[in-house]
Design a protein. Structure first.
Length: 489
């Protein structure tokens, strides 16, 4: 979808700050469209500079109401008009005033009433909104429609005065709250002057037995709420007073309601506020379920880690009671492999993301492997690159593979003192690789990974092909003996 800049590039003097202001307006103007039951079109004047007379306008945005039928079957974005073709747009731009009370015009089968609103920003009119409503539907408005329109008039005046959209409102309007979910109108003292049927129903479900009109909203919310959550830890009294823009949430056994409080201004004076409601009971329930699920998963990883450490300790005790050196060595290798898997589960037990910071795990794997080696002081280690976060399904077999490769280099490759072990990590988009290089004795004559009887290398090959869906090669390079593992992420 094209951006605003795509329609006005080289044809308008708007600065990046002014274009950003229009983006903010477009982000929030579903509220304006719904309250006024109207299609809105945003027109940007076409001219060389702000001193030049516009030659015309281009429509850069168009929105339809969710509270009534649309006026236009097709989007007007990209349409252009010349100066004089739509006098009310010209007048709103020239006089920096809202133009309403115009006679309806017949467009197709509909009688359409148009109003125009200048978009004011830092002392200049940078665009014009045209508002299009079905005049027939306006003739016998309900109390709801009258209140919505009055609120819309206040907000359009704020657009013309440069006070809407609100400053720093992006985080509060996301996620967006819809007018149809519930609306409450407050006077300057925070007293409810109108509540839509959906708003009354929301409070009824939370146990409020009366109408909302003539009550202070903050007092009603305080009486029904058992919990309150607010971004700045301020009380409901201030949060629902209508004095400032904010989100407030209340909860009881009947559900959870989130409020978006929008003060209404006339110049610098506050004349009241509107409060948009959203029932977020189901959303909060699912969030709690996810938190519980995450905590359960972390606890499972913690217990798996503890169980693996117990098994490791039992095997270590058993190895000390065996006189056969080969059997004892086999048990010690099993201890090392189990410890590698336990390290991954230990990381997962403290992670809130369900993923593993593998570089930290690798550091601990190397330390643990060298602690079990009698030749750690004789070997220099160099490491380069990073893998970052990996999914647990990758991290567990990868930890075991890396442990086996490092152990294989220590046991069979680095026979001389002063030798070097290098670990090189690389991550490129959807693929990753690990190379473990030693400058030791080299590979035996006729070595083949596929035919090797070494248990550790068989484990490496099986895990790489079956679990990691990758490839492992061991070869002689200029740097020394190199085991290179590549796998998709």
């Amino acid at each position: 979808m094209p951006n605003i800049e795509d329609y006005i590039e080289g044809r308008s003097p708007l600065s990046s700050e002014q274009i950003h202001r229009l983006r903010e307006l477009v982000a929030d103007w579903q509220l304006l469209s719904d309250l006024s039951f109207a299609d809105l079109v945003l027109w940007v004047p076409l001219r060389k500079d702000f001193k030049s007379w516009p030659t015309g306008y281009v429509a850069v945005a168009h929105i339809r109401p969710t509270t009534s039928a649309t006026v236009f079957a097709h989007d007007l974005i990209g349409d252009e008009i010349t100066w004089g073709q739509r006098p009310r747009i010209d007048e709103a731009l020239s006089n920096a005033e809202i133009i309403r009370d115009a006679e309806p015009e017949q467009i197709g089968e509909q009688l359409i009433k148009e109003e125009t609103i200048p978009v004011h920003f830092e002392g200049q009119v940078i665009a014009v909104i045209s508002r299009h409503r079905d005049a027939v539907l306006m003739r016998q408005p309900s109390r709801l429609e009258l209140n919505y329109r009055e609120i819309a008039h206040n907000l359009y005046r704020m657009v013309a005065e440069g006070t809407f959209p609100y400053a720093d409102s992006n985080s509060l309007f996301d996620p967006a709250v819809r007018v149809g979910d519930g609306l409450i109108r407050l006077d300057v003292n925070g007293v409810v002057s109108y509540a839509s049927p959906n708003a009354r129903s929301a409070f009824s479900r939370m146990g409020w037995p009366n109408e909302l009109d003539s009550f202070k909203l903050s007092e009603v919310a305080t009486k029904v709420a058992t919990k309150s959550f607010e971004a700045q830890e301020e009380g409901l009294e201030l949060g629902l007073s209508g004095k400032s823009l904010r989100r407030v949430e209340i909860e009881n056994a009947g559900g959870t309601i989130e409020f978006l409080v929008l003060p209404l201004l006339a110049g610098t004076d506050r004349i009241g506020a509107i409060v948009l409601l959203q029932n977020v009971t189901e959303l909060r329930r699912r969030e709690r379920e996810l938190v519980t699920k995450d905590a359960t998963i972390r606890e499972i990883h913690h217990r798996v880690k503890n169980n693996l450490q117990t098994v490791s300790a039992l095997l270590r005790l058993q190895s000390r009671r065996i006189d056969d050196p080969a059997a004892s060595a086999a048990l010690n290798e099993a201890v090392r492999r189990i410890s590698s898997i336990a390290l991954v589960h230990e990381t997962l037990s403290s992670s809130t993301q369900g993923s593993v910071a593998f570089d930290d795990v690798l550091d601990r794997l190397v330390t643990h492997t060298f602690e079990l080696s009698t030749r750690a002081s004789e070997i220099e280690i160099k490491r380069s690159g990073e893998l970052g976060l990996l999914e647990s399904r990758i991290a567990t077999p990868l930890a075991l593979v890396v442990t086996e490769l490092i152990h294989n280099a220590l046991e069979h490759g680095l026979a001389e003192s002063g030798t070097l072990l290098q670990i090189e990590l690389h991550r490129d988009g959807a693929d990753a690789s690990i190379s473990i290089i030693d400058n030791g004795v080299g590979l035996p004559q006729g070595f083949s990974l596929a035919e090797s009887s070494n248990l550790g290398l068989q484990i490496v090959r099986t895990l790489t092909e079956n679990e990691l869906r990758g490839e492992i090669t061991i070869f002689q390079s200029e740097q020394g003996t190199q085991a290179k593992l590549t796998f998709p992420l």
